[in-house]
Design a binder for this molecule. Structure first.
Ligand SMILES: [Zn+2]
Length: 361
């Protein structure tokens, strides 16, 4: 591990913990029934530092940033696409996997265990193979065949379940085995995934500012449980502090109101019902403290988009930009934010394109 890594700190109560694996988040907050994730904290300047040193790379990161074709952008807004589908297995999850699996290898575990039927499954399986670790993945029966095939090819093991809830039970049971490390959420209420994986998504924030040459006013990204959102937030916040400038507003896009419902008064630990058929990568019935904190700390908004995703996906494809539905959703969200005067002419917005469509998601 990085010797500059000082501790893990609870994002809710602020308690400090020595570096270890608390896979259900802050033990004290869990005990009080208000679970929240931990984050990595460093001594001194943390830009350029990642929690896990020596993790195997498959070439993730340094993804391209390019301008969105003007005909797809709202009038007068400079819009850029940060293309995370350019990562080795086609999504931002590769950055997460390097940190989460790298931690498992550094701490001497024999395998990782996770619940995912999507991008994370393929990515974790690939990085586990790269590190010589086993990978047990709890998936639902509707896992797309390209994903199942890719996982099998890496040597990963698939465990089939009927419901998301059963997958989490599996992960929790296996996490109790000292040889295995759970790297995705298994807690109810939901906490989020490995703090080491989230930590390794901070470079997305650094790269946006470096590639753009400035801090944009807005960043929009698709959200389920807020792992990506929190990692990007940490990276952008580091850059903003270094430059002594305000950070961007981070807007979190969801297929139906979860965070939006929390902002309107619901409890963050409630269950939220809705349809995510067009965007399976950001489905799920939960909101998290980490996602909510991103909105609160950046002044961003939660944007629920229940229509127009396929149209956006095709519109992007007609310009050569091939993305899965859960990535294309940021485009109607951009226009919704503009229509509500949350984004104004003359401002710059960065859309995070999280994954390509080749896995059938
Ligand atoms: Zn806590």
């Amino acid at each position: 591990m990085n010797d500059r890594l000082a501790d893990l700190v609870c994002i809710r109560c602020g308690r400090s913990y020595p570096v270890a694996d608390h896979t259900a988040g802050c033990p004290r907050c869990l005990e009080q029934g208000t679970p929240a994730n931990l984050r990595c904290r460093y001594d001194g300047d943390s830009i350029g530092e990642l929690a896990v040193r020596g993790a195997r790379t498959l070439g993730e990161g340094s993804t391209p940033l390019f301008p969105l074709p003007a005909e797809l952008a709202p009038d007068g807004v400079a819009v850029w696409v940060k293309n995370e589908s350019a990562n080795p297995t086609g999504s931002h999850k590769d950055r997460f996997s390097r940190g989460a699996v790298g931690r498992a290898a550094a701490a001497g575990y024999e395998s990782v265990v996770a619940a995912s039927s999507g991008n994370a499954a393929v990515s974790l399986a690939a990085y586990a193979a790269a590190h010589g670790l086993g990978c047990d993945l709890a998936v639902t029966h509707d896992v797309p065949e390209p994903i199942a095939a890719a996982v099998r090819d890496t040597g990963g093991r698939l465990h089939l379940f009927d419901t998301a809830e059963q997958r989490w039970d599996f992960v929790r049971e296996h996490d109790a085995d000292p040889e295995r490390l759970a790297v995705t959420n298994h807690a109810r209420p939901v906490v989020g995934s490995s703090p080491f994986g989230i930590d390794s998504m901070r470079p997305i924030g650094w790269e946006i500012v470096e590639e753009l040459g400035r801090i944009p006013e807005h960043v929009l990204l698709p959200t389920a449980r807020g792992d990506l959102a929190f990692g990007v937030h940490l990276g952008l916040r580091e850059m903003a502090r270094r430059r002594e400038q305000p950070g961007p507003r981070i807007h979190l896009v969801e297929p139906f109101p979860r965070l939006a419902a929390v902002l309107a008064g619901a409890n963050v630990h409630d269950s939220f019902a809705g349809d995510a058929t067009a965007t399976p990568s950001i489905g799920g019935d939960s909101a998290t403290v980490q996602a909510l904190q991103v909105l609160e700390e950046t002044g961003g908004t939660a944007i629920a988009i229940d229509d127009g995703v396929d149209q956006a996906r095709i519109g992007l494809a007609r310009n050569g930009i091939l993305l899965e539905g859960a990535s294309a959703i940021v485009l109607p969200a951009l226009h919704a934010a503009y229509d509500r005067s949350r984004i104004a002419p003359g401002e710059t917005a960065v859309l995070l394109a999280t994954a390509h469509p080749f896995k059938g998601l």
